[in-house]
Ligand binder design. Structure first.
Ligand code: FB9
Length: 726
């Protein structure tokens, strides 16, 4: 029967009184790690042996050194390859991958000579035989563990990468106070046989390790998002809420927008923000009496509201889409509640919604919306605040503040903020409000019924809870399933203990999170500005740099030609009050370049000559009048990333001269440019000016051939022009 390593060690100590792990490994030709494992198992038995750890430096052969010990040194291999009648050096270099080193060492050792007496040099042996000391030294160490090398030789072999010095850990062993030879491996299980035969009485059992984790059961693992959803669902249920049926991702615009009193020109209803379906493109099954009341409240108002005063179209309401919020489901449920006879209710939903958003580290084109709704008689805003405190307290969030906000379907509305101890900053945690009468009364709900609504996302708290910075690490095809497997249980009401994963963010992460706050604010500002505009009935505004109101009957040609010269991308919208349609040609001339950084929306409206700049990156106020708008655009250009300066600031005679150049036809302008560019970088001097921008615009509309000089200038200006409003 083989004696186990622990027993062999005990027998060695019995015989010798002491031992050493490295010597035993050497002597018994055992792997050092196995010896160490046996020592650890004996230590676990208590004071059976004494163990003292030490470290020491050892010389060991590198893989190249081992090859030399086996096959001979590089110089010996080369010497042995030289035949009696000699060999050419190029031929000799082919005998081994290390022939070059070997040849040089053999020559320095006086073993070889290069004979040049007969024209072509020939390598010959200089001695009859050699002593390959390198191989002898290395194989003595490798095969017998004998270190017969001088210090100088070791340094030399180390330099030749044949030998390396390693630090090894060893253990001095001795007999412990409870030394015994008969250590049986402690039993880990009490078996039925032991009990039946009574043999357990003389068995040693391993102590229970009560710290040991249970064996992970082979099973599925819930995704963190679903763990958080279960927590939210539990909170709503214990607060007496009933879950709404949200099993329809496809919704009609009527229920998603119109029923919520969201006007048909609202920016959120733009294809930029919403996924519309092409098949089935439309819905047609509506509660028509209710639909008529919705149409009326949008167009004429009613119930004390002035409405939006636009021509509401059922075609717009029929458009199918992927719901942009679960409030569409809330609308259906409240309409049904009104139809069946109102009674106070508390509803909630947690499900996917879809938005055609710009994707980034924290936003995908879909997210899970968490929504709560409470309907009762004579509710006030204070009650909503109280409910929100209660709700968020169950998430472990108690420090709240509420900020006035705007939603098309709630008034008043509040953004909800909370101070996050882990992130050390205030973060937005949701939105809320009281549904407007224009939404509730057309449903047929009693006038004294008020309804609270609030919402938040599932992804944001999940990412914070699980320390995930990029939403693609939480959802999507790139999710690491090990993360799902390893994600701990979710307790939303407990602040996370700081763990290595939730350590304070590094400066980059902190910056990333700061940037997310800024982006959130930016998004909210844009939404607010868009909503404000939608409330005053202007055309929807996608994310842009400039917005101009102009009248197609009196187009501001100078402003429009400057925008065209700048090549900014121009989109057009028509104010609902517009009576005359702008000419196709006018819009075609102004369309600008799709790849331009600058963006401008021209809202055609009946403003006569009073062209108006309503939004610009550098102006918080509106700019009225063509001349003022031109001056403002000039300032914008000078502040732009391309730093375009306005040549009007030049001495009058030079500025007038430039005007004259720009009035010339394309061919003579090219001649002028050729002359000017011979000594200047740009038309007026060393900087890009509006003169260059206009000149480029003249030439881009002509077929005239450009000289090499002018071509280079043209490309430079076009490139600069693209980034003007970057
Ligand atoms: O979830 C959000 N933030 C959040 C929530 C919880 C949280 O918990 C942490 C452990 C502490 C952390 C953060 N937000 C809402 C705020 C922002 O993230 C925001 O930038 C993104 N919002 C989404 C929509 O953005 C286009 C989150 C989503 C959202 C916003 C509003 C509603 C629903 C979801 C709503 C509503 C509403 C209002 C009135 C009536 C009915 C519904």
């Amino acid at each position: 029967m083989t004696v186990s390593l622990p027993e062999r060690i005990l027998q060695h100590l019995e015989a010798k009184g002491k031992g050493d792990s490295l010597q035993l490994a050497e002597e018994w030709k055992e792997d050092v790690q196995k010896i160490v494992g046996a020592i650890k198992s004996l230590e676990a038995l208590g004071n059976v042996i004494s163990v003292e750890q030490y470290t020491k430096k050892l010389w060991e052969l590198t893989s190249e050194g081992k090859a030399v010990a086996q096959n001979g040194s590089h110089e010996a291999v080369v010497f042995n390859a030289v035949p009696e009648d000699g060999i050419s050096q190029p031929e000799l270099m082919k005998v081994s991958p290390n022939a070059k080193v070997g040849f040089s060492k053999a020559m320095s050792a006086g073993w070889l000579v290069l004979d040049k007496s007969s024209g072509q040099p020939v390598v010959r042996r200089k001695v009859a035989s050699i002593d390959d000391a390198v191989r002898t030294d290395l194989s003595a160490l490798l095969l017998e563990g004998r270190d017969q090398m001088s210090e100088a030789q070791k340094v030399e072999y180390k330099k030749r990468k044949l030998l390396q010095e390693v630090v090894v850990k060893g253990f001095h062993l001795g007999k412990g106070p409870e030394f015994t030879l008969s250590v049986s491996k402690p039993e880990t299980d009490l078996t039925p046989e032991m009990i039946a035969q009574g043999t357990w009485r003389n068995k040693q059992f391993k102590d229970y390790n009560l710290q040991a984790l249970g064996a992970p059961p082979p099973c599925g693992h819930l995704h963190p998002l679903l763990k958080v959803r279960a927590e939210f669902r539990q909170i709503f249920l214990e607060m007496g809420f009933t879950e709404m049926p949200t099993n329809n991702y496809v919704e009609s615009s009527f229920w998603n927008f119109d029923a919520l009193f969201q006007p048909q020109q609202h920016p959120a209803r733009d294809a930029h923000d919403t996924f519309f379906l092409s098949d089935p493109k439309e819905s047609s099954n509506f509660p028509m009496e209710y639909l008529e009341r919705v149409k009326k409240v949008h167009t004429e108002g009613g119930y004390g509201s002035q409405g939006y005063g636009y021509d509401w179209k059922i075609a717009e309401a029929q458009k199918n889409l992927l719901r942009t919020h679960s409030t569409a489901v809330s609308a259906r449920m409240l309409h049904r509640l009104a139809k069946e006879g109102f009674q106070p209710v508390k509803y909630f939903s947690i499900d996917r919604v879809f938005r055609n958003e710009t994707l980034d580290a924290t936003h995908l084109a879909e997210f899970h919306q968490v929504e709560g709704v409470i309907a009762d008689y004579n509710l006030g805003l204070g009650g909503l605040i109280g409910v929100l405190y209660e709700f968020f307290k169950k998430l472990g969030i108690e420090k709240l503040y509420f900020k006035p906000a705007y939603n098309p379907y709630t008034e008043p509305s509040m953004e909800i903020f909370s101070y996050h101890e882990g992130l050390k900053k205030w973060i937005e945690i949701g939105n809320s409000g009281m549904f407007r009468p224009e939404m509730l009364l057309p449903m047929g709900l009693p006038e004294n019924v008020n309804i609270y609504g609030w919402g938040l996302s599932l992804e944001r708290p999940t990412m914070i809870k699980y320390g995930i910075n990029n939403i693609r690490d939480l959802v999507g095809p790139k999710v690491d399933l090990q993360m799902v497997h390893d994600s701990p249980i979710c307790r939303l009401d407990k602040e996370d203990e700081p763990t290595e994963t939730s350590a304070p963010p590094s400066s980059v992460e902190a910056l990333q999170q700061e940037w997310e706050v800024i982006e959130d604010r930016l998004r909210r500002l844009e939404a607010r500005v868009s909503d404000l505009r939608s409330r005053v009935g202007v055309a929807p505004q996608p994310k842009i740099d400039l917005t101009l109101f102009a009248d197609p009957e009196k187009p501001p040609h100078s402003v429009l030609s400057l925008l065209s010269a700048l090549g900014v991308k121009v989109d057009f919208h028509r104010h609902s009050t517009l009576r005359t349609v702008p000419s196709e040609q006018l819009e075609q001339d102004l369309a600008g370049r799709p790849d331009a950084e600058g963006r401008c929306v021209i809202v055609w409206a009946p403003v006569g000559a009073a062209v108006e700049l309503v939004s610009s990156p550098v102006s918080a106020v509106r700019v009225k009048g063509e001349a003022n708008v031109l001056r403002h655009l000039g300032r914008l250009l000078e502040a732009s990333s391309a730093g375009v300066c306005c040549y009007e600031r030049l001495p009058a005679e030079l500025a007038t001269q430039v005007d004259a150049w720009l009035d010339r036809d394309a061919a003579s302008l090219v001649r002028t440019l050729d002359a000017r560019l011979a000594k200047e970088q740009f038309l007026v001097g060393g900087r890009l000016t509006l003169a260059d921008i206009f000149a480029v615009s003249v030439l881009s509309n002509s077929k005239v051939k450009l000289s090499a000089n002018v071509e280079r200038w043209y490309q430079k200006c076009v490139k600069l022009r693209l980034s003007v409003f970057k």
